[in-house]
Design a protein around this ligand. Sequence first.
Ligand SMILES: [Zn+2]
Length: 82
Amino acid sequence: MEPGLAPAPGGLLDWRDAQHFDHYRTAPCALCGTATPMGSHPGEPAHKTCAENWIAANPTEARRGRFASDIQPRSRHDDDHA
Ligand SMILES: [Zn+2]
């Protein structure tokens, strides 16, 4: 699954895809060190709230996409033109 855009600093990540939640194991969060089943698109373990706090604290680095929201499925209404 392709990552989308990083949210604006202070915004919330959209991690509703199942790939962000590992049902079988936890790993130490890259940001706070506490075990988490959550992870980023490249598979870096991190709590969603920790990632959001990191984006708020590191807005410049965040734009490089370390933590990004899921791409939203396009609305089908846009395909009605013809
Ligand atoms: Zn954490």
